[in-house]
Design a binder for this molecule. Structure first.
Ligand code: URA
Length: 202
């Protein structure tokens, strides 16, 4: 059947955001990346998940959280009873920042200025999706969503008030868990935080 007009209109702002995003020169990272990686997921999602920036695989695929960190996140989310496909998944920074080392591209953390320059895109996604809860994965997402750069591990598991007044659940980034060699205690913290998110959005 033909798509209802409301449905088509609903999709338009998303396209506009993505189209402008691909031409973004607000910071220098985009010049080096393959493409910008906008958020994906249902526009009526009650849960938004925000990471740091696309990684190597996300940069190539044009989709967030499809690489190793995303796969680890998905496994723990499923265990927590959280359905990632029902959430809107995005990043604080929309381009991959890296330094080339031989054939490899080594992740570089974005500078505060770059995160600030990119916030306009995240704000537009939040305005469009209007989630009931946002999960901040790691320090970069927590800082840009709340405006507070305090140490992550003292805040994780807490729900803070985001810039837009939306509750932000702070937790650790799955990449930190990967770097720790999948430490059991860190995995348990991320699992507990995602269980809280599942309970809050059920
Ligand atoms: N890490 C992130 O923060 N985001 C991604 O999309 C992939 C890895």
């Amino acid at each position: 059947p033909p798509m209802r007009a409301e449905r088509i209109l609903e999709r338009l702002p998303q396209r506009e955001v993505a189209d402008d995003l691909h031409a973004c020169t607000r910071c220098p990272i985009g010049a080096q990346a393959t493409q910008a990686v906008p958020g994906t997921g249902p526009t009526d999602a009650t849960l938004m998940i925000v990471g740091e920036q696309p990684g190597d695989q996300e940069d190539l695929a044009g989709l967030p959280f499809v690489g190793p960190a995303g796969q680890l996140f998905d496994a723990i989310a499923t265990e927590a009873g959280l359905d990632r496909s029902a959430a809107y998944v995005t990043n604080a920074v929309k381009h991959f920042k890296f330094t080339p080392r031989g054939k490899r591209r080594i992740h570089q953390s974005p500078h505060r200025k770059e995160v600030d320059a990119c916030r306009v895109w995240l704000e537009r996604e939040i305005a469009q999706i209007q989630p009931a809860l946002i999960i901040a994965l790691g320090a970069t997402a927590a800082q840009t969503l709340t405006g507070d750069g305090a140490a992550l591990m003292t805040r994780r598991g807490r729900v803070e008030r985001g810039r837009e007044g939306i509750p932000v659940l702070i937790t650790l980034h799955p990449s930190a868990l990967l770097r720790s060699g999948e430490s059991e205690s860190m995995r348990a913290l991320l699992l507990a935080d995602l269980q809280l998110a599942a309970a809050m959005t059920a």
